[in-house]
Design a protein around this ligand. Structure first.
Ligand SMILES: Nc1ncnc2c1ncn2[C@@H]1O[C@H](COP(=O)(O)OP(=O)(O)OP(=O)(O)O)[C@@H](O)[C@H]1O
Length: 462
């Protein structure tokens, strides 16, 4: 089915790896382990690749971040908004699927039936992930390769996906799951493999190798070493006299898309230090709420919304507001289609631009380097952002949000695509920011192990 021997490429070396028909492999690896290069090989990237044997099956269904970004960019190219009297919603979801009638039950199971006539751009992050997964399953493949299949999905969707994949395994479908969190290893996988330091460090039958897997994946992330003393010096001076003025006050908040209501009657007050966790199922309106707050949603002016003591729509400049917010979201990530280097993207956070269009001062460059150091990515400083792996890009965007040490951090599923070590290091780091009162944090996540005690309030959507 799949055979690799003596493979050498940038950042990955595999002596021997083979998958037999009907096997299901869960392959685990963190940032810089080589797992993303492996996904690239499956995707047909042959750059500077040498292999004694490289046999891949004809029909591969590959769900990867890179492919997902390619779909998004394809949708942008097809955007016809300029010629319509409304926003172009994008390709209807049903056109991504093969033989909808035959797969009704499956589509229903993924709670996607009612979304089939929505355009691609009208879907939430989790809904897009489910659609692309359905795309590959309904199309049929000899080998299904799924990169981080559970990322971005709510708990019940994770269970549904897990049961569906387990069922496909029962029917004899060969699968490779590429994950970076040990908690994402499904119970039904027959085989496990671990990538570490650019090599396939361990592989074998699940029952034989499982205990070694956890041990092998234990690691350190440089993010955890960031000195809070450093940050304290960099943090924007918080005006204590304004401590009682809420950073965010939304009264009777609402959002809708045309006739479709997302939420209404939502009250939210966030004062300094009110670190807020936002949770709820896919498509319930978490990102929409954050878009209202950061000014990326057209209804932000029609809502009774006050930010940093100023009512939205009262002549305030969005740039003054953005200067006080550090933002990471899927939307920001996919819209980073710019040519700048990793360093330039970090530094662009000081200017709130997507890409860097102003020559930074020497001090700003130095600060950018410091953030690269803190993220453990200093060697990647000159690499174009788009050539970094998805997880590295995420870390760079975190650096971009943090570089100006803003009073308000808005993080919408910031750990999407990160491995366990980096996820936990980021949460430790945020916890210290919270303890030291360096910023107020608003955080969206589907992962219960990220619901730390420093969150003072929780907005739970249903
Ligand atoms: N431009 C749009 N037009 C129409 N509907 C939209 C649009 N954008 C989002 N929606 C719908 O609004 C709802 C809320 O979307 P939102 O992205 O806020 O959900 P979410 O809670 O962040 O989901 P996820 O957990 O999947 O990220 C979803 O049902 C989505 O399909």
């Amino acid at each position: 089915m799949l055979a690799i021997e003596d493979l050498v490429t940038d950042g990955l070396h595999i002596d021997r790896f083979a998958v037999q028909s009907g096997e299901t492999w869960c392959m685990i690896g963190g940032l810089g382990s080589g797992i993303e290069q492996f996904a690239g090989i499956i995707d047909g990237e042959k750059n500077r690749l040498h292999a004694a044997t490289l046999q891949l099956p004809e029909k591969i269904g590959l769900l990867s971040f890179k492919r997902q970004q390619a779909v998004f960019e394809d949708e942008l190219r097809k955007d016809d908004t300029d010629h319509l009297d409304r926003l172009d919603p994008g390709t209807p979801a049903r056109l991504f699927l093969t033989d909808v009638d035959r797969h009704r039950e499956l589509i229903d199971r993924f709670a996607m039936t009612e979304l089939l006539d929505r355009g691609y751009r009208q879907l939430s992050t989790g809904q897009v992930r489910k659609l692309l997964l359905l795309h590959h399953i309904t199309r049929g493949a000899d080998l299904l390769v799924l990169e981080h299949p559970y990322d971005g999905l709510d708990r019940s969707s994770c269970q549904d996906v897990d049961q569906v994949l387990s069922g496909l395994h029962g029917q004899g479908l060969t699968m490779l799951l590429l994950v970076s969190n040990t908690g994402d290893i499904p119970s039904w996988c027959t085989h496990l493999a671990v990538f570490k330091d650019g090599r396939l460090a361990l592989q074998g039958l699940r029952s034989d190798v499982f205990p070694e897997v956890v041990e092998l994946l234990r690691g350190q992330s440089s993010l955890s070493q960031v000195a809070v003393d450093d940050l304290r010096q960099e943090a924007q001076v918080v005006d204590r006299s304004k401590a009682d003025i809420p950073l965010i006050q939304l009264r009777n908040g609402f959002a809708h898309y045309g006739e479709i209501e997302v939420f209404s009657g939502l009250d939210l007050t966030v004062k300094q230090g009110d670190h807020t966790l936002i949770t709820g199922p896919n498509g319930c309106g978490k990102s929409t709420l954050l878009q209202l707050i950061i000014g990326d949603h057209p209804l932000c002016y029609r809502n009774d919304l006050t930010l940093f003591g100023r009512r939205r729509g009262s002549g305030e400049s969005i740039w003054d507001l953005k200067q006080q917010m550090g933002i990471v979201s899927a939307d920001l990530h996919r819209n980073h289609r710019v040519s700048g280097s990793a360093l330039a993207i970090i530094v662009s956070g000081l200017f709130d631009s997507i890409g860097l269009y102003t020559k930074p001062s020497a001090a700003q460059q130095r600060l950018g380097y410091r953030w690269l150091e803190r993220l453990g990515l200093v060697e990647r400083a000159a690499v174009p952002f788009r050539q970094l792996s998805f997880g590295e890009q995420r870390l760079i965007l975190l650096g971009r949000a943090l570089i100006k040490a803003p009073p308000l951090l808005i993080l919408d599923e910031p750990t999407h695509g990160l491995d366990e070590n980096h996820r936990m290091a980021l949460l430790d780091f945020l916890e210290r920011i919270a303890d030291e009162q360096l910023a107020t944090i608003i955080y969206v996540s589907h992962r219960p192990d990220e619901y730390r005690n420093f969150f003072k309030q929780r907005v739970q959507f249903h």
